[in-house]
Design a protein around this ligand. Structure first.
Ligand code: ZN
Length: 328
């Protein structure tokens, strides 16, 4: 493979390089030679075109299946193509095409429990997510959060109150299940338990807790810790847990770097723990790849591209480009 890659936007991002075309996280079935599914979050998974070769990890295939999607026959390697752990959720991958294009998918910037950070490779063109690509989104060290959360749980336990730890059901909840597994009794919301099971099948060591059904049957009053999906205070289950159980709610999200986040969600506390890079980590990632051209996707695409241009990179958001992009 040689020459320059051509990047276009059609049903997602399509890279044309050498003799092959690669659809990167397409929104629907793609006729490209290859369909790359970076990870199993809902906005990235679909049932692919049967004639397109699917590039995805084994874990992504398993997690997609648990969520009702069949990725068909998948492969983790192809000629000149490398999949690298992006650290975002279990099985999440970035893709390197030749030494030409590096696409991060969703990428983490640090170690969290059993998860690592996005591995990178040098490339001439970088396509990166910029969910938290604004300078106020800098997250505290995970050890500090762990300490503060443990002390909050301890305080609640002293008052006989249970604690609900909230994060996305796939990815964040498993990190939380691991970080706070020393508390007992430990409960998992059924959606979290379902994803935990797939993680365990994939070899991640997660302590087994008790599964909580939506009607809260068998849930005792006393202090306990529950890992649950994000719920606003308007959620019926959250209301019952608050009123009948006096539960305290702790939310975990990168958006918790916004001062009003806990209040807007109706949570008692919120901590900025993310499966994405924070602003500083995104900047480091770009320098590690050391590209000539950077395309930004998701979140603060304009802002981050502008910051990169001020550092001398040729950077632009991908979203504004409707069809054919350039010879990059
Ligand atoms: Zn994701």
């Amino acid at each position: 493979m040689s020459g320059r890659a051509k990047i276009s936007l059609y049903n997602g991002i399509v890279v044309e390089y050498g003799e092959s075309t690669y659809a990167l996280d397409p929104k629907g079935p793609s006729k490209s030679h290859y369909t790359f599914v970076s990870h199993a979050h809902m906005d990235h998974v679909q049932n692919p075109d049967p004639n397109s070769r699917v590039l995805a990890s084994r874990e992504t295939k398993m997690l997609a299946k648990a969520r009702g999607f069949d990725l068909g026959r998948t492969t983790e390697s192809a000629d000149g193509v490398k999949l690298l752990d992006s650290g975002h959720i279990l099985g999440a991958r970035a893709i390197s095409i030749g030494d030409e294009v590096f696409y991060t998918g969703d990428a983490a910037g640090r170690d969290r429990a059993f998860m690592g950070k996005c591995r990178t490779r040098k490339a001439r063109v970088l396509i990166t997510e910029t969910t938290f690509g604004k300078s106020n989104y800098v997250f505290p060290p995970i050890e500090q959060v762990e300490k503060e959360v443990n002390s909050k749980i301890g305080m609640m336990f002293d008052k006989g109150r249970p604690v609900v730890l909230m994060g996305y059901a796939l990815g964040k909840s498993q990190v939380l299940s691991h970080l706070f597994s020393s508390w007992s009794p430990l409960y998992f919301h059924e959606q979290v338990a379902k994803m935990n099971d797939v993680y365990v099948q994939c070899g991640v060591s997660l302590k087994s807790g008790k599964k909580v059904s939506a009607d809260l049957s068998d849930l005792p009053r006393g202090p306990w810790v529950m890992v649950s999906p994000m719920m606003s205070s308007r959620n019926k289950l959250a209301q019952r847990l608050k009123k009948e159980y006096r539960a305290a709610f702790i939310a975990f999200s990168g958006w918790a770097a916004d001062p009003g986040y806990a209040y807007s969600l109706g949570a008692d506390f919120a901590f900025a723990v993310s499966d994405h890079c924070d602003y500083k980590e995104l900047t480091t990632l770009v320098h590690d790849v050391s590209p000539e051209v950077v395309y930004t996707t998701h979140g603060f695409t304009q802002e981050f591209a502008a910051d990169l241009r001020s550092q001398g990179f040729d950077a632009k958001p991908l979203a504004g480009y409707q069809t054919f992009l350039s010879e990059y």
